[in-house]
Design a binder for this molecule. Structure first.
Ligand code: TXA
Ligand code: MG
Length: 317
């Protein structure tokens, strides 16, 4: 039985004040960001953070991203090497998460970091997320607002269909403009790409002035990003990649010249494809047929799109 009558909040002053009051009381409110909807709680309250793991049925060893209003707030929580300043200047606010060594006295619940000596920090660009952070006035721990392992949410309706009844509220900010999660870069050792995402890896490398190491190069005692779990972002239906045509019984997710039942971008625009990715997967999954997916180029935002598609197609545990 659902525990809550999940409230749908407007992204206005009244809605944000209500969200802030729920967060202060240790509750869960999902909010829109430019990437996907996040399931947020006060990152300093252990019981609130524990409820995120329970609502998502997320394994406790998988740490959460802390959302902050600006880089000054980030510097309070973590060491701040020159590369952090470079990347924050270039990409914050925006879809980049930095993994940095925690500073003593950070005040975060150890559940947020899964007891690691590092923390993942992000300053989102979405107006509603920024206004919510200001209304709350503290750090918000927020993974994507979907049951663990399922397709990420890019609308308030996706959040309600996955977590309705398990959380106090959702702030409805419309569809998320970027559509894939943030790029995660570890600066705890040599700069390493832990997860491709909304900022193309090439752009991060250009700002750093050197190449990013692959995930394995990040300190070996540290679990990588979400997706280290091979099966993730999984629809209920089976997924077949690099399809150039529809086989019997399948629905087709198209790209470019390959038109499907739904098409990520008919013009081959990767930003449009990223914005449509999870919404189209949710919609095709609802038809209950196997999903074939047309090839998508692997450069720029295509790296994040292909990463999510590979995980959607991986064998389930
Ligand atoms: O775009 C996004 O990043 C969205 C929105 C809501 O901000 N959030 C998101 O959170 O994608 P989530 O939990 O689905 O993915 C965050 C991943 C975790 O799975 C974890 O592997 C990685 O970030 N992470 C967090 N802390 C880490 C740490 N200290 N070291 C390495 N990876 C970490
Ligand atoms: Mg996620």
């Amino acid at each position: 039985m659902p525990e809550f009558d999940t409230e749908l909040l407007a992204p206005d002053e009244g809605g944000l004040a209500r969200a802030a009051a729920i967060w202060r009381a240790g509750g869960l409110v999902a909010l829109p960001t430019e990437t996907v909807y996040g399931l947020a709680a006060d990152a300093r309250q252990g019981r609130a953070v524990a409820r995120i793991f329970a609502a998502k049925e997320r394994p406790r060893f998988n740490p959460l991203i802390v959302h902050l209003p600006d880089a000054a707030a980030a510097r309070q929580l973590a060491d701040w090497p020159r590369d952090a300043a470079r990347l924050a200047d270039a990409f914050w606010p925006g879809p980049l998460t930095l993994v940095l060594p925690l500073r003593p006295g950070h005040g975060l619940s150890p559940l947020v970091t899964a007891d690691l000596p590092t923390v993942a920090l992000r300053v989102p660009a979405h107006d509603v997320a920024r206004a919510a952070l200001h209304a709350f006035g503290g750090p918000l721990a927020a993974p994507s607002a979907n049951p663990s392992g399922r397709i990420s949410p890019t609308t308030a309706a996706h959040v309600l269909s996955g977590l309705g009844g398990r959380i106090e509220a959702v702030i409805d900010g419309g569809p998320c403009p970027v559509g894939v999660e943030s790029t995660i870069v570890s600066l705890a050792g040599d700069p390493a790409l832990l997860r491709p995402g909304g900022v193309p890896a090439e752009a991060v490398e250009a700002a750093l002035g050197r190449p990013l190491a692959p995930p394995e190069a990040a300190a070996p005692d540290r679990p990588g990003a979400p997706g280290q779990l091979a099966s993730h972002y999984a629809p209920r239906a089976a997924v077949r990649l690099d399809a150039t045509e529809r086989r019997a019984g399948e629905v087709l997710l198209g790209f470019g010249a390959i038109a499907g039942d739904l098409t990520l971008s008919a013009s081959g625009d990767l930003a449009e494809a990223a914005a449509n990715l999870f919404g189209h997967l949710h919609a095709l999954d609802a038809r209950g047929q196997p999903i074939a997916v047309a090839p998508v180029p692997k450069t720029g935002l295509g790296q994040a799109i292909n990463d999510r598609l590979r995980r959607a197609a991986a064998p389930r545990p």
